[in-house]
Design a protein around this ligand. Structure first.
Ligand SMILES: Nc1ncnc2c1ncn2[C@@H]1O[C@H](COP(=O)(O)OP(=O)(O)O)[C@@H](O)[C@H]1O
Ligand SMILES: O=C(OP(=O)(O)O)[C@H](O)COP(=O)(O)O
Length: 395
């Protein structure tokens, strides 16, 4: 698949190493609720500072869309990293400009600086060349350890590599490519994929490829409502990606043609508001009232899904079954997580929120691989080129 140079192939002593990580951690009211992604890059960061690099860390948090959003500053993230790595992490309030250059120029070997959220700059997601060049001006070496963002061609994940002579992968990136590649190269059967969550636009495309591979496809979470709508049911105020309904219809047909068992919710927990204290009801999927929204799969659906998972030899899960962050809508995700913990099949979880769910339900240790990337792991499975990996130097 990929055979990229890593930090083990280079000497970093005294060098300015700009490293892109994915510290897009789930947060609630300014507090980090799951630090899996920070812990995931610790081995890379430790190895680099222990070797005497001057580490300049870049990451995004959330989707601020090119504007400074106070609640998406990296203060809490830098603080958590400092605790975990046991060294000071100097967090800057800017991501570019003279103050950043001056701070980097003043670094000693082994120092760590984190720049402010790179998505505060509109140039980041546009892969703007001048922003890439600015990031590159801070670097003797570029390292990409942001597997979770490797499917994005942004200034800090891809553009920068064009302007730095040495661009290598971090240890997390290397590990993710290896483990996912091995699990999916010759999948064991029955092979089950579970797709849920809220990023419908990003994730629906992978279903096409999955239908060529899997025996069972389980749909849940916000994504499933576009399919339920495609079947002709009323979904009330549930999450809908209107312009993907036709695509969903083609996938339902393809599943039939390919003899793939497509599992969709038969019941749902509906609510009158997107809130922890909303009025809720468990209802059959063909009876969602027009003023309610589906925020979790129902208990009958969850039990069915658990049975399929238990009989599978390989299960790949991306995207929660409901709004598990709120207890009223957590049961579907919890049942699926527990079934994943109990199955004898090989289990792969992908995505920041899915990893957080597994952690919340205390079954992290029971999973075979928890990928830090949701969309990225799906695109890797689809066989797409991931720009954040493609730009790195070959061995
Ligand atoms: N029925 C639903 N309606 C709205 N949001 C949902 C629903 N089910 C799940 N979600 C939300 O989806 C989010 C995770 O989606 P996504 O980012 O696609 O997953 P991941 O981070 O694991 O890749 C969670 O925060 C969860 O609250
Ligand atoms: O959380 C992420 O992806 P994921 O939800 O697919 O796991 C990554 O940080 C990428 O974020 P993005 O989907 O806003 O580009």
């Amino acid at each position: 698949m990929y055979n990229k140079k890593t930090i083990n192939d280079i000497d970093v002593k005294g060098k300015r190493v700009v490293i892109r990580v994915d510290f897009n951690t789930p947060m609630e009211q300014g507090e980090i609720t799951d630090d899996t992604r920070i812990r995931g890059s610790l081995p890379t960061l430790k190895q680099l500072t222990d070797a005497g690099a001057k580490l300049v860390i870049l990451t995004h948090l959330g989707r601020p869309k090119g504007e400074v959003k106070e609640e998406l500053r990296l203060t809490a993230v830098a603080q958590r990293l400092a605790e975990l790595i046991g060294k000071p992490v100097k967090k800057l309030d800017e991501w570019k400009g003279k103050a950043v250059t001056a701070a980097v120029n003043a670094m000693q070997d082994g120092d760590i600086i984190m720049l402010e959220n790179v998505r505060f700059d509109a140039g980041e997601e546009k892969n703007d060349a001048s922003l890439s060049q600015f990031f590159a001006s801070l670097a003797d070496v570029y390292v990409n350890d942001a597997f979770g963002t490797a499917h994005r061609a942004h200034a800090s994940t891809a553009g920068i590599a064009e302007f730095v002579p040495v661009a290598v992968s971090g240890l997390l990136m290397e590990q993710e490519i290896k483990v996912l590649g091995q699990a999916l190269a010759e999948p064991s059967h029955p092979y089950t994929a579970i797709i849920g969550g809220a990023k419908v636009k990003d994730k629906i495309g992978v279903i096409d490829k999955l239908l060529d591979e899997v025996d069972h496809l389980i749909l849940g979470g916000g994504l499933s409502f576009t399919f339920i709508k495609a079947l002709g049911y009323d979904i009330g105020k549930s999450l809908l990606e209107e312009d993907k309904i036709e695509l969903a219809k083609t996938f339902i047909e393809k599943a039939k043609a390919k003899n793939v068992q497509l599992h969709m919710p038969i019941d749902a927990v509906v609510a009158d508001a997107f809130a922890a204290d909303a009025n809720t009801e468990v209802i059959a999927i063909d009876a969602i009232p027009s003023n309610m929204m589906g925020l979790d799969i129902g208990p009958k659906t969850a039990a069915q899904y658990a049975n399929v998972i238990k009989d599978s030899k390989l299960v790949v899960w991306n995207g929660p079954m409901g709004v598990f962050e709120m207890d009223a809508f957590a049961n579907g995700t919890k049942t699926v997580a527990q079934a994943m913990a109990e199955t004898e099949g090989y289990t792969v979880i992908g995505g920041g929120d899915s990893a957080a769910a597994v952690e919340k339900f205390n079954v992290t240790d029971k999973m075979n691989h928890i990928s830090t990337g949701g969309g990225a792991s799906l695109e890797l499975m689809e066989g797409k080129v991931l720009p954040g990996i493609a730009v790195l130097n070959d061995k």
